[in-house]
Write a protein that binds this ligand. Structure first.
Ligand SMILES: CC(C)=CCC/C(C)=C/COP(=O)(O)OP(=O)(O)O
Ligand SMILES: C=C(C)CCOP(=O)(O)OP(=O)(O)O
Length: 293
C-alpha cells in the first residue's frame, strides 16, 4: 500500500468513526436500541464504502466534508445488512468484525430492530443534506434502488436461494452484482453526484463500481478459504459450511485468482475514462484486490 493511500484510509476512517456514534447519540430513542445500533457501528470494519465516496469527491477536487453525512448513511446501511446477514435465519454467524455478532449480545429481536433503525435513519440523514433539493431526491432515489428489492435485498435472497445448488458463474455474478456490488456502486455514484460529475463520468464510474464490487466479492470468497480468522474478523469456511457457490468452488482457486485479475483490468479501463484524478481510486482498487482482511 502506498503511503498516500495509508494516510487517506486512516484519515477517512477516522472521520467516519468519529461521526457515526455522534449521529446515534443525538437520537431520542430507547437506550437499549441505541446501544445495539452503536455496538455494531463501533465494532470496526474497513469503512470501504464511505472511503470510496470520499475518494471520488477528492478525485474531482471537492472537499470530503461535503460527503460525510452521505458516507455515514451508507455505512449505516452496510452495518444493518451485516447484522441481518448474521442472524440465525440467514448465515447464522457468531463473530463479526472480531466481536460476537449483534444477536449474540442483544438477542435476535433487538438485532432485527437495530438493523431496521439503521436503515431508516440512513434515509433521514440523506434527506437533511443541504444540497440542491434535486440532488437530494436523486441521491435518495438511487439509494433506495441500490439497497432494495432490485438491489442488495434482492441479491441477498438470491444468495440464500442459491445455497445447495450448482450455480453457473453467470448466476453467481448476478447475485454478487446485487448483494454486494449495488451498494458499492452507489457509494461511488453518490460521490459523483455530490461532486457534480457529468453523465458520461457517472456512467464510467458505475462500470468501474460494478467491476470493483465483483473483484471485492471474489477476494472475499478467497479469504473465506485462505484467510486468517484474526485478520478477517469473521470465521473462515463459512461459505462451504452454508453450501454456497463461490468463485473458488466453481472455478477452482487458480481460476478465481485469474478472474480477480481480469476484473482489476476491467475496473481500471473504466476508471481511466473518467475525467478526474484517478490516483486514489486506482490505489483503492489494488488494496481491495490484495487485502488480507
Ligand atoms: C439485506 C441483507 C441482509 C443483505 C446482506 C448483504 C451482504 C453483502 C451480506 C454479506 O455477504 P456475505 O455473507 O457474502 O459476507 P460475510 O462473509 O461477510 O458474511
Ligand atoms: C459484502 C461483504 C462480503 C460483507 C463484508 O463487507 P466488508 O468486508 O466491507 O465488511 P467490513 O469491513 O465493513 O466489516
Amino acid at each position: 500500500m502506498t503511503e498516500d493511500l495509508k494516510v487517506f484510509l486512516n484519515e477517512s476512517k477516522q472521520k467516519i468513526d468519529e461521526r457515526l456514534p455522534h449521529f446515534i447519540e443525538k437520537l431520542q430513542a430507547p437506550e437499549s436500541l441505541k446501544e445495539s445500533m452503536n455496538y455494531s457501528l463501533k465494532a470496526g470494519g474497513k469503512r470501504l464504502r464511505p472511503v470510496l465516496l470520499l475518494a471520488v469527491l477528492e478525485g474531482f477536487g471537492k472537499s470530503s466534508e461535503k460527503g460525510i453525512e452521505a458516507a455515514c448513511a451508507i455505512e449505516m446501511v452496510h452495518t444493518y445488512s451485516l447484522i441481518h446477514d448474521d442472524l440465525p435465519a440467514m448465515d447464522d454467524d457468531d463473530v463479526r468484525r472480531g466481536k460476537p455478532t449483534n444477536h449474540k449480545v442483544f438477542g435476535e429481536a433487538a438485532a432485527i430492530l437495530a438493523g431496521d433503525a439503521l436503515l431508516t435513519y440512513s434515509f433521514e440523514l440523506l434527506s437533511t443534506l443541504t444540497e440542491d433539493p434535486e440532488i437530494v431526491v436523486s441521491l435518495i432515489a438511487e439509494f433506495a434502488r441500490a439497497i432494495g428489492a432490485e438491489g442488495m435485498v434482492g441479491g441477498q435472497i438470491s444468495d440464500m436461494e442459491g445455497e445447495n445448488k450448482d450455480l453457473s458463474i453467470a448466476e453467481l455474478e448476478n447475485i454478487h452484482h446485487h448483494k454486494t456490488g449495488d451498494l458499492m456502486v452507489y457509494s461511488i455514484v453518490a460521490g459523483a453526484i455530490l461532486a457534480g460529475a457529468t453523465e458520461e463520468d457517472k456512467t464510467n464510474l458505475r462500470k468501474f463500481g460494478r467491476e470493483l464490487g465483483l473483484l471485492f466479492q471474489i477476494k472475499d470468497d478467497i479469504l473465506d478459504i485462505e484467510g486468517d480468522v484474526a485478520s478477517i474478523g469473521k470465521p473462515v469456511g463459512s461459505d462451504a459450511g452454508n453450501n454456497k457457490g463461490t468463485y473458488p468452488s466453481i472455478l477452482g482457486m487458480q481460476g478465481a485468482k485469474e478472474r480477480l485479475e481480469a476484473h482489476i483490468d476491467l475496473a481500471v479501463t473504466s476508471l481511466k475514462k473518467v475525467d478526474m484524478d484517478h490516483t486514489m481510486l486506482m490505489e483503492l482498487t489494488k488494496y481491495v484486490a490484495n487485502r488480507n482482511h
